[in-house]
Design a protein around this ligand. Structure first.
Ligand SMILES: N[C@@H](CCC(=O)N[C@@H](CS)C(=O)NCC(=O)O)C(=O)O
Length: 223
């Protein structure tokens, strides 16, 4: 299989965690932001990454969207499983995954790129890095007002997750798509001291999920 990705994208990290958990061998193709749309549009009709190319007859040519990729992998190779045996708990995991994808992953992106252009500029003050950050801010409409809202949304999310993720698993007592989504989509916060100091349990969980999936730790958590 081949994963089309942006190497720094937290949504692509989510797909890599799932592939790693399933121990499915795969190659990656890193696309160039801006030019990526030319490659993706004919394949999926969308412009977002990750995209999985199963590269096998009788399987779909391309699967777009991290949630669809996780779903495909679970059906294609059920073991080891991140599906829950109890259907009610599986629905909870699916809802958490969707909330993390659509709301919290976006909020984490806003807060992260704001940090990298302000207090966190020293992480890489080079012109090329700051240019990329400014392009991303422009692309997604990241400005102070939007970042304030994203910060509030993250505070609510982390308060909610604190009730659940201080246990080993977000849903029930099995590993699920919710754990994978949370570990990937909140990983950009590992670079931001405020989150490291306020929510230390979050980063313990993120590290655990990465170990479980055999995926390299995100920037800020490398040992
Ligand atoms: N819901 C999508 C979101 C993926 C997403 O937002 N990907 C970003 C990179 S982090 C992207 O490809 N942006 C480029 C674009 O929108 O053209 C998923 O889960 O795969």
């Amino acid at each position: 299989m081949k994963l089309l990705q942006f190497s720094t994208s937290h949504y692509c990290r989510k797909a890599r965690l799932a592939l790693g958990y399933k121990q499915i061998p795969y190659t990656v193709e890193n696309l160039t932001p801006g030019l990526h749309a030319l490659r993706l549009k004919p394949l999926t009709g969308l412009t977002t990454l990750p995209v999985l190319l199963p590269e096998q007859e009788s399987l779909p040519t391309a699967i777009a969207d991290s949630t669809q990729i996780l779903h495909f992998l679970q059906t294609h190779q059920p073991e080891p499983s991140y599906g829950l045996t109890d259907s009610v708990l599986q629905s909870q995991a699916d809802m958490l995954e969707d909330w993390l994808d659509e709301s919290i992953g976006v909020a984490a992106r806003f807060v992260y790129y704001q940090f990298r252009s302000r207090e966190g500029k020293s992480l890489d003050p080079s012109l090329s890095s700051q240019l990329v950050i400014q392009v991303v801010r422009w692309q997604y409409g990241i400005n102070s007002a939007a970042v304030d809202l994203a910060t509030k949304r993250l505070d609510i999310a982390l308060t909610e997750l604190a009730h659940r993720w201080t246990q080993p698993y977000l849903v029930g007592n099995q590993f699920s798509v919710a754990d994978i989504a949370a570990a990937a989509l909140l990983s950009p916060l590992a670079r931001i001291p405020h989150y490291r100091q306020t929510y230390p349990w979050l980063f313990d969980r993120i590290v655990e999920v990465h170990h479980r999936c055999g995926e390299a730790l995100p920037p800020g958590l490398e040992q």
